[in-house]
Design a protein around this ligand. Structure first.
Ligand code: NI
Ligand code: MN
Length: 227
């Protein structure tokens, strides 16, 4: 399994035969190396409804005939836009042909802004994603505050790589994320959700210094880890 980071919260997972992308915010994402019209994906996994996570989901799903897996209310909303969806909810797991997805809780909001209509559409609860395939597990925390049930997630699911937000302001900052890394007992930790906008500027190498030796890995957009 090849796991790559593409700026903000965009994570791509390539299994032996499937291309999976998490939170494909590409248009308007100054931190990404991806281009919507060149991206080939089979599956889109979404943590929550915020525009910097849903991103180009509808266009990508239509262009690739990709399946969108998201929390129920968000999946329902996106289904109405004409994409194929599989709704799930927090605590539930499902084994697909491309791997097993389990949604975990996240302390955050979940809504989609329709800017031209000045409307906020609420899209249920935000989530984190545990994805397992080929004997490996990755955890994408989504946008979240630190919460102590991360200890339970870590005890119940041996995590090979955790993608944790460190940007502060909207999510955990570096110190809380370092505690999350400890509680999750993740073998490797990749910081995400920083430096996309001025308000979430952070030094990822400072964050890595707060972790156990060799636990933290700073990935630039386009870099990957082989699992
Ligand atoms: Ni968010
Ligand atoms: Mn966000």
């Amino acid at each position: 399994m090849k796991v790559s980071y593409h700026g903000h919260s965009v994570v791509q997972v390539k299994t032996a035969n499937k291309n999976i992308i998490i939170d494909p915010f590409i248009s308007g994402n100054g931190a990404t190396d991806l281009k919507v019209d060149e991206l080939q994906v089979d599956v889109i996994l979404l943590t929550h409804g915020h525009n910097d996570h849903v991103g180009d989901t509808v266009e990508l799903a239509k262009q690739n005939d990709a399946l969108v897996v998201a929390p129920f209310e968000l999946a329902t909303y996106l289904g109405w836009q004409g994409v194929t969806v599989h709704p799930m909810h927090i605590g539930g797991s499902h084994t697909f042909e491309f791997g097993t997805v389990k949604l975990t809780q996240a302390f955050h909001g979940s809504s989609y802004e329709v800017e031209e209509e000045q409307q906020i559409i609420y899209t249920g609860m935000p989530s984190g994603i545990l994805f397992s395939n080929e004997g490996k597990t990755i955890f994408h925390a989504g946008d979240t505050a630190l919460f102590s049930d991360m200890k339970i997630i870590g005890e119940r699911h041996p995590i090979d790589v955790a993608f944790l937000p460190i940007g502060d302001n909207f999510t955990m900052g570096p110190e809380d994320a370092a505690l999350a890394a400890k509680w999750l007992q993740a073998k490797q930790v990749v910081p995400i959700h920083y430096n996309t906008f001025p308000v979430i500027e952070q030094d990822p190498t400072e964050f890595v210094r707060l972790l156990n030796a060799n636990q933290g890995v700073v990935l630039k957009a386009g870099e990957h880890i082989d699992l």
